[in-house]
Design a protein around this ligand. Structure first.
Ligand code: HAM
Length: 415
């Protein structure tokens, strides 16, 4: 890897692409705003305990994927692998623990030491929301509906939404026991990861992707039968509310999600262009413990991977509106015209136009080539004659026509 390449799994995002990130972020802000969400910006790194306790020591992210380092005072810090834990830490300063609802969204870099692949980076960007402080199945459904709405707005229409219920801690005792008994009988035929999961986190077996394991998993007992009636009703209401909101979904009992803080509703979204194993977004209801807190923070939320959203948009050939056509290119013939055009560029820009201009005194041909490459819609040409007459020649790059206008009328001719 060359000295000047970014670290594998990270990337430089150049203007054409960053405009697409911005569009997604702005659309999110607009849509989430309609549901009462405001933006929260939290630090990119936190004390390591926030993630250890927040996500759970046994999660794969905490065990294998965190970028952890010591600051000068010897405190252990970690680059955020996800947004929820930091957002909860920030919201502790509000009244969420007393049941006052908070609705926030966020976007930014997240860091996970995963093996880089298509759609899998070590620094990636999420856009997410958290609805904190209140518990109701209708809120879970609204959250999924809002994600669906947002995806529609960015042109990603036919998503596959899988949902499931994880129950609450009490629900998992008997159901976990039933699963453990079943998988213990078959464990010799299962993969090494599942052997560890049998001891450490039985639920993660359910979403193992290995073919052998899948054959065994499909005959596992239906653990949901062990859930309390309240929990089953909770999930039923989530489904009914989604029906009322006309959000299509599939119930997938094998969906467990990779983070341990989830209770009740979990969901994950995929798109056929990327295949069902690459999630474009995921989330659910959670109870998240923070260091020094005996009670969890309760909420529901989701995060979508912006790189993955852009991959789907690419596959669907969704492009940004071509903003370049607003560009005006100033061509200067001679020193005086060049100086006058620097001044003119300032005036036009202050009046809201996008302006590029010649600053080097090159030939007309070279300047016109740059103007062409820039994608400008109009070229404004000035030389000594135009300066003397206080006018300019405007060339319309779309139809090739030229027109001489006085400087007073120049702005109006360009908008
Ligand atoms: P997550 O499923 O770990 O959930 O991540 C959410 C999304 O981030 C994924 O669906 C995927 O699109 C994207 N993503 C994750 N890892 C990578 C990666 N290495 N490269 C590119 N994209 C990636 C969470 O992070 C939870 N905090 C979501 C949540 C919010 N749950 C409740 N509230």
């Amino acid at each position: 890897m060359g000295k000047f390449s970014p670290v594998p799994g990270t990337a430089d995002i150049f203007p054409e692409e960053s405009a697409r990130y911005r569009k997604i972020e702005e659309t999110g802000a607009e849509i989430f705003g309609r549901y009462g969400y405001g933006e929260l910006r939290t630090p990119t790194f936190e004390y390591t305990e926030v993630f250890q306790r927040g996500l759970g020591d046994d999660t794969e992210v905490v065990q294998k994927e965190m970028y952890t380092f010591e600051d000068r005072g010897g405190r252990s810090l970690t680059l955020r692998p996800e947004g929820t834990a930091g957002v909860m830490r920030a919201l502790l300063t509000t009244d969420v623990m007393n049941g006052v609802e908070q609705r926030v969204f966020y976007h930014g870099s997240m860091f996970r030491g995963e093996r880089p692949a298509a759609g899998r980076r070590r620094e990636f960007h999420q856009i997410g929301v958290e609805n904190v402080g209140r518990i109701a199945p209708e809120l879970d459904a609204e959250c999924i509906a809002m994600l669906y709405h947002f995806l529609q707005e960015i042109g990603i229409k036919d998503v596959e939404i899988r949902i499931n219920s994880r129950g609450i801690a009490e629900d998992r005792v008997e159901s976990g026991k039933a699963l453990r008994e079943y998988f213990a009988q078959h464990i010799d035929d299962m993969c090494d990861d599942c052997k560890v999961r049998l001891e450490k986190n039985i639920w993660r077996i359910l979403d193992c992707k290995q073919e052998n394991c899948r054959n065994i998993i499909k005959d596992a007992p239906d653990y949901r039968l062990y859930f309390s009636e309240d929990s089953r009703n909770y999930f039923k209401t989530v489904c009914e509310t989604l029906d009322a909101l006309q959000v299509p979904y599939i119930i997938d009992p094998m969906l467990v999600r990779g983070l341990d803080y989830y209770v009740h509703t979990v969901f994950e979204l995929a798109h056929t262009t990327l295949g069902s194993s690459i999630a474009i977004a995921g989330g659910g209801r959670y109870e998240l413990f923070l260091p020094g807190q005996s009670r969890p923070v309760r909420g529901v939320g989701f995060a979508a991977g912006i790189e993955r959203l852009i991959m789907v948009q690419d596959a669907l050939n969704i492009k940004l509106d071509d903003k370049k056509s607003d560009l005006v290119y100033l061509v200067s013939l001679g020193d005086e015209a060049r100086k006058a055009n620097i001044e003119l560029a300032g005036i036009l820009r202050r009046n809201g136009l996008k302006v590029a201009l010649e600053v080097e005194n090159r030939s007309m041909k070279a300047q016109m080539r740059s103007a062409n490459n820039s994608g400008a819609n109009f070229v404004v040409i000035r030389g000594d004659n135009e300066l003397a007459e206080n006018c300019a020649v405007i060339k319309n790059m779309t139809d090739g026509t030229e027109e001489k206008v006085s400087i007073e009328k120049l702005y109006d001719s360009l908008v």
